[in-house]
Ligand binder design. Structure first.
Ligand code: FE2
Length: 196
């Protein structure tokens, strides 16, 4: 029994085609609750290019533009995005990064695709996570990108997943999750090397 479970875990690990950036500390449950309770119109949405050391300032500006109600968790979000962007930049050797905070209330990229980039980091802060095609199903998904509907593996909430893109040796296929209902609004961080 124990052996079978361990075997299943190992299989799942090898079928997960992304690299996760380690987090220095777990995300506080209060931060998750703050994100979940935000009125969708106050969820930050926008993009900018910056050196990793300036990402927190950029996120703070997006929060101000969204008129997000004052909360101590705003600075947590800005610092968290900056920390993940810095980790990604070090991983790929980028001096500047392109940062997107996407407020998503529709089905976004429903078609199976790989991003046109060497690699991109995605982290879901709110709502369902990106649907990633497991390695074992990549062939079937590539043949039917408009109709493939699973299986998928999904990064955990707050997991920073680096997805290799079309300019890498092994692009990772994925699509956006389905959005169910008007209150289910996602907040997704996407970080790429600037200029890609
Ligand atoms: Fe994508």
């Amino acid at each position: 029994m124990g052996t079978a479970a361990a075997h299943a875990d190992v299989t799942a690990l090898h079928d997960t085609p992304w690299i996760s950036l380690p987090r220095p500390a777990p995300v506080p449950s209060e931060a998750a609750a703050w994100l979940d309770d935000l009125d969708p119109k106050h969820i930050p949405d926008g993009r900018f290019d910056a050196a990793p050391g300036d990402v927190a300032l950029g996120v703070t500006a997006l929060l101000a533009a969204a008129k997000t109600p004052p909360s101590g968790w705003q600075s947590w979000l800005a610092e968290d995005c900056a920390s993940l962007a810095d980790g990604f930049a070090r991983q790929v050797g980028a001096e500047r990064v392109s940062v997107r905070l996407d407020r998503i209330d529709d089905n976004a990229c429903r078609r199976i695709h790989a991003d046109v980039a060497v690699s991109r980091m995605v982290c879901t802060y709110r709502g369902p996570s990106t649907c990633v095609v497991p390695t074992s199903a990549a062939g079937a998904a590539a043949q039917n990108p408009d109709t493939y509907d699973g299986p998928f593996v999904m990064p955990e909430r707050f997991e920073a997943a680096i997805l290799p893109g079309t300019l890498s040796a092994s692009p990772v296929l994925h699509r956006s999750p389905r959005i169910e209902g008007p209150r289910q609004v996602r907040l997704l961080l996407v970080v790429s090397p600037a200029g890609t």
